[in-house]
Ligand binder design. Sequence first.
Ligand code: CO
Length: 154
Amino acid sequence: MACQGGSEITRLRINAMLSRIDHVGIAVRDLDEAIRIYERRLGLRSTGRERLEREGIEIAMIPIGESRIELIMPITPDSRVEKFLQDRGEAVHHVAYATDDVRASLEKAGAAGAQLLDEVARPGAHGTRIGFVHPKSVCGVLTEFVEADGHPGA
Ligand code: CO
């Protein structure tokens, strides 16, 4: 029957649980200035910065409840975030959902017709595993799955 996807898909659906918004990524031109804006205007507090050389970005995390704002600044001209800034200016860049299994969440989304930017999980900031789904497949929003590496809130 058409509505029965087989045991493999059913198993993935059970195993890949999106549980909350892990973070919202915001592309910025000047990370220092962006941190100041979030701290002064919204009263939030940045807790750490990290350079991801392979991605050509530097990020700052700002905790808010169980979630975070992830400020993202490109540090190389060929960074995908640099291209985003040139196309769109400073703006919300992606929404990241916490999952207990990035690989399964990617497989599930792909099986449901989404265009995947990552076929398998790859290393993210602070020891996490991440994977992205193309914005065309999720109402124009670049979508990230995040799996914490043993320590939630990392
Ligand atoms: Co992110």
